[in-house]
Design a binder for this molecule. Structure first.
Ligand code: ATP
Ligand code: MG
Length: 256
């Protein structure tokens, strides 16, 4: 089982879009995938076709120790992966966990119980470096950083890299940066091209070859509660995430 934290403290960079579409794409290639929604906004939950306001149990109940992952996980209706859903309840976890012993390792411990059931676990992090994100970084084998190729993107990246270093020192010594993913990419935009070139210069083969283009289908699909792969398989967005899944599986096979 490979646990990937999809994270960037910057909002709206495509974390959730990546989680949902990558989960569906990996599943298409036969991987057993669990998507863990760690954001109280619950966008990954809704985008996977699960009605978030109706949920009795969510990832919140797993983090505070009342439920196991198996208790709470749901199968998506329209595609072939599992979701550990979230909703506003999760906003309370931050405060409730503060005085708990092992507060940073709650997710890691919970995931250990399902390690034989999944090939990939994707953790959809909130746009913050809070305790829930630290739980994700502590549980993860590696981090995937979606980012838009904009002027301030590199600046934000150094904060994240510093956080990853701290987590390595204190909580998870083997945490790796799996890769940087260029999202909402517009190749006609000169600045995007320049930032992209800088990224490759600085991070080398940590930057995925696959580029995710700006594509309206990716933005539309969540309102129908489905990944772009189901909504419009031939769209450039859906095809890009299939390509990314392939790249990740190939990297994984090269490692093993
Ligand atoms: P947050 O930090 O709020 O959790 P996020 O990083 O998870 O945001 P998303 O919710 O995935 O980002 O994307 C932000 C917005 O951009 C959404 O409306 C989404 O539909 C849209 N979007 C994401 N990726 C693409 C893309 N490649 N092309 C077009 N629209 C996109
Ligand atoms: Mg999100």
């Amino acid at each position: 089982m490979k646990i990937l934290a999809i994270t960037n403290q910057k909002g709206g960079v495509g974390k959730t879009t990546t989680c949902v579409n990558l989960a569906a794409s990996l599943a298409t290639f036969g991987s057993r995938v669990l998507l863990v929604d760690l954001d109280p906004q619950g966008n990954a939950t809704t985008g996977s076709g699960i009605e978030k306001s109706q949920l009795k149990n969510t990832v919140y109940h797993v983090l505070i120790g009342n439920k196991t992952i198996a208790d709470v996980t749901q199968k998506t209706e329209k595609s072939n992966f599992h979701v550990l859903p979230s909703n506003r309840d999760l906003a309370g976890a931050e405060i409730e966990l503060v005085n708990e012993i092992g507060r940073e390792t709650k997710l890691k411990v919970a995931l250990a119980a399902v390690k034989d059931q999944y090939d990939f676990v994707l953790l959809d992090c909130p746009p913050a470096l809070n305790l829930v994100t630290v739980n994700a970084l502590t549980a993860a084998d590696a981090v995937m950083i979606p980012m838009q190729c904009e002027y301030y993107a590199l600046e934000g990246l150094s904060d994240l890299v510093n956080t990853i270093k701290k987590v390595r020192t204190h909580l998870n010594p083997t945490l790796e940066i799996e890769g940087l993913l260029r999202t909402m990419f517009d190749s006609r935009n000169m600045l995007a091209q320049q930032v992209s070139a800088q990224l490759v210069n600085h991070f080398g083969d940590k930057v995925y070859n696959t580029l995710i283009p700006r594509n309206i289908r990716l933005a539309e699909a969540p309102s129908y509660g489905m990944p772009a792969l189901i909504y419009d398989k031939s769209s450039k967005g859906a095809q890009a995430y299939l390509q990314l899944a392939k790249e990740i599986i190939e990297r994984q096979t090269a490692k093993n």
